[in-house]
Ligand binder design. Structure first.
Ligand code: ZN
Ligand code: ZN
Length: 167
């Protein structure tokens, strides 16, 4: 969605509300198309005492692969964003978002806001046990014998000490 903001920039007290579904089903991320349903984008741009503020929320579900066990899972996200919009960038306000020709491409901004805020590690659950590095079994579903057969070197030293003690 492209929003025409000339009036909001020009008139104090003016605002523009929006509530729409952003289809990102073709959007490629993590070597996949994780946006299986549209992103619900809702908010407003308002001119408060000459400062133009964009406030909006993005609600969506992603189909993801767990970074640890590789299982596919769905996760719901709710983000709230806020940006001060300016028509041109002055020297000391580089955190403001520049709107060129009074036209804001909200879809683009929303996608970049979402990407900046997604966690870098995506796990199916916080305590995901992952895959066994030896046999590849998903340790959330099954246990394997790899660990049990392998004696921790620290324990090996300890058991050696215990054996020595018995002499
Ligand atoms: Zn997992
Ligand atoms: Zn194993």
């Amino acid at each position: 969605m492209i929003i025409e903001l000339k009036q909001v920039f020009d008139i104090i007290g003016e605002s523009f509300s929006f509530d729409y579904a952003l289809d990102l089903s073709d959007y490629e991320l993590f070597n996949d198309h994780p946006f299986t349903s549209p992103v619900n984008v809702k908010g407003e741009v308002s001119n408060k005492a000459g400062i133009v503020l964009l406030q909006y929320t993005a609600d969506f579900t992603l189909k993801l692969h767990c970074d640890r066990c590789l299982e596919v899972f769905d996760r719901d996200f709710h983000f709230a964003f806020e940006q001060i919009l300016v028509t041109e960038l002055n020297t000391d306000n580089d955190e403001y978002f520049v709107v060129e020709d009074n036209r804001l491409n909200l879809d683009e901004l929303c996608v970049s806001d979402i990407l900046l805020n997604l966690p870098s590690k995506l796990l199916c659950k916080p305590d995901c046990k992952g895959l066994c590095p030896k046999c590849g079994v998903n340790l959330n579903q099954k246990s394997c014998l790899c660990k049990k057969n392998e004696v921790d070197p620290r324990l090996a030293v300890l058991s050696q000490l215990l054996v020595d003690d018995q002499d």
